[in-house]
Design a protein around this ligand. Sequence first.
Ligand SMILES: NC(=O)c1ccc[n+]([C@@H]2O[C@H](COP(=O)([O-])OP(=O)(O)OC[C@H]3O[C@@H](n4cnc5c(N)ncnc54)[C@H](OP(=O)(O)O)[C@@H]3O)[C@@H](O)[C@H]2O)c1
Length: 274
Amino acid sequence: MAGTTAILGAGWLGAEVANACPRPVLATTRSGRRPPSLAEDVAVAPLDLLADALDLGPLARATTWVFAIAPGRDQDRRAVYVDGPARLLAALPGSDVRRVVWIGSTSALPDVDDTLDETHAAWPDEPRGRIQREAEGMVQAACEAARVPWMVLRMGGLYGPGRELGRLFGQGDRLGDGDRVTNLVHRDDAVAATLAAIASPRVGVVHVVDDDHCTRRAMIDAVRVAAGHPAAIWPAEAARPHGKRVDNRRLRDWLGVVLEHPHHGPLATPEGRA
Ligand SMILES: NC(=O)c1ccc[n+]([C@@H]2O[C@H](COP(=O)([O-])OP(=O)(O)OC[C@H]3O[C@@H](n4cnc5c(N)ncnc54)[C@H](OP(=O)(O)O)[C@@H]3O)[C@@H](O)[C@H]2O)c1
């Protein structure tokens, strides 16, 4: 019988990963309460990485751990992304775990005007991204010490049902820098990448972003026009696109993922923007 896959953090992305995983699957929330979006045949267990005592319970018998945690607005980011997971990963040597998948973020990459693949060594300047990078290093070190194969998936900004692109970005005064290029990924493709990462024998970092790196201006205007609104009124004429373009070749070459929604800008289908 296949071992249990444990999805740590059954939130907006984690619950969909759990629903799509081959059974048996266990998913965690802090309280142990079942999220409404979770399939009936997914078991639920409580796990709070910041609790005084970590009760591993059924997690220790799972063969794969997938971290899909996010701190929300009320928790310390470093505690949730680095210190809490480090406490859990310290238990790897006595567990049945044979693979760890860490869902991270493209914010781990620096804000430079260039195309960046997974070999780019420089860290970002801003604190959120530095915490992501620190978390990646912690996962790698803990897994290597326990001889457990690992994979870090650096997700672009997630969009999809309930987090539609039109709701992700501001209007009017809050439009921001329209010439900055986008690095986004639809939740369906993020789920496909996570399933492929669970099954893959590869070890390392993989970027999970759309092929599309249109500017924010192009994307916001396309979303507005598709919704029957006029294009936004931008404070200045379009200038040269700038910002990091996150390369996604490994997603295809290492994990064999063919994006279902490769575009989110003017070339996207209406479903691609859901
Ligand atoms: N959203 C984006 O645009 C984006 C972009 C790049 C990367 N990511 C990454 O994608 C992953 C999933 O994001 P999401 O939007 O699905 O997050 P989400 O909906 O906010 O879900 C977060 C999950 O983490 C759990 N959690 C929070 N604090 C915890 C703690 N102290 N101990 C254990 N579990 C805890 C939550 O538990 P409860 O259900 O009990 O609250 C929830 O299940 C995260 O790793 C995030 O960094 C997201």
